[in-house]
Every structure is written in structure tokens, then in C-alpha cells.
Design a protein. Structure first.
Length: 369
């Protein structure tokens, strides 16, 4: 699937002034998201953000092709798509993937071919050392895992059962949570992994009930976590649930129903729809006007990753290559995005604050008003 867009100068508003050299061909930007499959909802949200960016940009003096590929959140599928973007479409930059497992799988391809890879939301710790051409604007799971474990201890949840999806994301964040909890005096009563395709968790949850845990921590995405909390409540288990940033999707509440109430989770992004910041307000208002719905953290992060790539490329003289773009990324000061300030460290990582949220009356709200 490919979308060809002509993007242009943004004057004032959200982005300030973005300019391109009039010299040399067409800038090609690869966009690699899970458009279908288990994580398809994330890709749909991300593509809306890209299309909003398209509407915000007019004639830049040179054309930009945006080529969208579907990873289906599957590493093998992502690798095939990345190879196409690199070898056939000859893109100097790929915005993606949204999920860590795919980002890690395609990182070697980007690194070996000198193509900048910038992920809007991938959080696996291993991405830190994935390569010199690999960047992300989402903090490592080290931050999220440590913070939610520390919160558990503060709230008296010292005996915890851990359930995690068996992929790079779930396994890594569960491990970080476990280490942090134990170092603070807590106990992980049991730890079990499950496949992304699993839908019946009753046997595991039945054994959890007898362990008398203070909390159950689920390191997964919105769909699997929704099934776990719903099935737990159906079994009569009233234990406090802790989740990940990835559950903040409207479909989580739809799938889990009343069982979603009270779950506590961290949000590792600086995006706040209620912020009075001019950039944020402009983004939110524009998104609502275009789609008649509020943007969430996925849309904000994708918007920032895409526009950051466009902004940096716009400051390069002549044709934009992966090498030139990498050098410009390494030498940039900071980028004021709608999800917070982006400043890369020597590993292409960023640091952003972690806040805590819960589900109350069927809505995602701050844990503490």
C-alpha cells in the first residue's frame, strides 16, 4: 500500500517554519505501521496523524512521497516491508514501527543500509543499542517498568502475580517490573507468559486466585489485557490489576466492559489533551475538526515522529540521504512536539515523564486528579 503526498511549508501554528532546499529530486518517507492484525488499531490511529500532517503541509517547493506499508505487528512481515522500502522505494527514512518487536527486527536492515529509522512508540530496552541509525521518541521500558513497580510498592501491592505477552515488549517490561519490585522488598508470586494468539486465560487465573496476590500485573497490549481482566472478574477474582501504557485504547474498555474499572497503568508520554500549550491545543483542535474525535497518545507520538523527520530533512542542503539525515538528527538541539520535547541522547533515546492513569466510569483519567 503506497500513498503519494505533496507536502509543503507550514507557517506558524504547530510546527513553525519548515523549509526545503529547492535542489534535487523527491524526498521519500517510509511509514511502517501495523495497519491490520492484532495491533491494527494502533496503525489506524497513526495513519490518521500522518494524514493530518499532510493537511497541515502545503507546497514546500519540492515533493515528498509517503509510502505506507503494513507490518501487521509481525516481525517477519515487517522485515519484508522494510526491505521493500529500502531496496525498491529507496527511502532515506522510515517512521515506524509502532510495536517494539517489529522495530527490533527491522533495525538491522535500516542500519546496514544507512537508512534512518525513527519509531514513535517502541519501548523495548534493546532498541537503545539497536544501531546508530535507530531513533525513538518514546522512552525505554526501563522507565515505565520501574515506575509502575515503584507505585505498586507505595500502594502496598507487595505480593504480585505477573502475566506477560511472550514477545520483546511483554517479556522485557515484565522483567524490569519484577526486578524493581523485588529490589524494593516486593515478591513476584508467579510469572507466566502467553502467546499473542491466546484468548483463554482462565486456567492461569484460577491458580492466581489461590495465591492471594495484592495485584496482578499484565504486560501486554489492550486486547489481551482486556480479556484477562474480564475473565478474572467472571471467575470472581477482585484483585487489583496493573497494566501498561498500551492499554489506553478505546477498544480496551469496549472489550473489558465493567472489568476495566480501576486498572492502574503508566503513561510514558508528555501528551495531555487538556494542556494549555499552544502547540498541543492547535494539534488537538485540528485533529478533532478533521476526524470528529480526540487524539490519543499514539496519534500524538506518530505526529511528532513524522514531523520531526520532515523538519530535520528540511534543513539539509541538496538531496536528502540517510547519512545526511542521521548527521542532522545527531546535531539537532531539541524538537518541541505535541507529546513533549524531543532531545536525543547518544543512543537515539529520549527521556520523558511517566504519569499514572486509571479507568473510572468508563473513561481513561489521571489516577490522581
Amino acid at each position: 500500500m503506497a500513498i503519494f503526498l505533496c507536502l509543503a511549508v507550514v507557517v506558524g501554528g504547530i510546527f513553525g517554519l519548515v523549509s526545503y532546499s529547492a535542489v534535487g529530486g523527491t524526498l521519500r518517507v517510509g511509514v511502517l505501521f501495523p495497519m491490520t492484525g492484532e495491533a491494527g488499531s494502533y496503525g489506524e490511529k497513526g495513519l490518521k496523524a500522518v494524514r493530518l500532517a499532510q493537511s497541515q503541509l502545503k507546497d514546500l517547493g519540492r515533493s515528498v512521497e509517503i509510502i505506507v506499508e503494513d507490518s501487521k505487528a509481525e516481525p517477519a512481515r515487517g522485515v519484508a516491508a522494510a526491505r521493500k522500502l529500502v531496496n525498491v522505494d529507496k527511502v532515506p527514512v522510515i517512521v515506524g514501527d509502532i510495536v517494539s518487536a517489529v522495530t527490533l527486527a527491522i533495525a538491522p536492515i535500516a542500519e546496514q543500509n544507512g537508512v534512518v529509522l525513527i519509531s514513535p512508540t517502541s519501548s523495548a530496552p534493546a532498541i537503545t543499542n539497536a544501531g546508530e541509525y535507530i531513533y525513538r521518541i518514546w522512552p525505554s521500558d526501563l522507565a515505565e517498568g520501574r515506575e509502575i513497580a515503584s507505585l505498586a510498592i507505595k500502594r502496598g501491592y507487595k505480593r504480585v502475580v505477573v502475566m506477560h505477552m511472550n514477545n520483546d515488549y511483554g517479556a522485557a517490561i515484565a522483567s524490569i517490573f519484577e526486578k524493581t519490585l523485588q529490589s524494593a522488598g516486593g515478591t513476584v508470586l508467579s510469572k507466566s507468559g502467553y502467546l499473542p494468539s491466546e484468548t483463554d486465560f482462565r486456567s492461569v487465573l484460577s491458580s492466581v486466585t489461590s495465591q492471594r496476590a495484592d495485584a496482578i500485573y499484565v504486560a501486554g497490549y489492550f486486547a489481551d489485557t482486556a480479556l484477562i481482566v474480564r475473565q478474572a472478574r467472571e471467575l470472581g477474582n477482585k484483585t487489583q490489576f496493573l497494566g501498561t501504557t498500551a492499554i489506553e485504547d478505546e477498544k480496551f474498555i469496549t472489550l473489558a466492559g465493567d472489568a476495566s474499572e480501576g486498572i492502574i497503568y503508566p503513561l510514558a508520554t508528555g501528551f495531555d489533551t487538556n494542556s494549555s500549550n499552544t502547540n498541543v491545543r492547535s494539534f488537538v483542535d485540528a485533529f478533532v475538526k478533521r476526524y470528529n474525535e480526540q487524539p490519543g497518545w499514539v496519534e500524538a507520538q506518530v505526529f511528532d515522529a513524522f514531523m520531526l523527520a520532515i523538519d530535520v530533512a528540511g534543513k539539509i542542503s541538496g538531496s536528502v540521504t540517510g547519512k545526511k539525515l542521521k548527521e542532522a538528527m545527531d546535531n539537532m538541539d531539541s524538537y518541541d512536539g505535541v507529546a513533549g520535547k524531543v532531545k536525543f541522547d547518544e543512543n537515539g533515546d529520549v527521556v520523558k515523564p511517566v504519569i499514572f492513569k486509571t479507568v473510572r466510569s468508563g473513561k481513561f483519567v489521571p489516577l490522581t486528579p
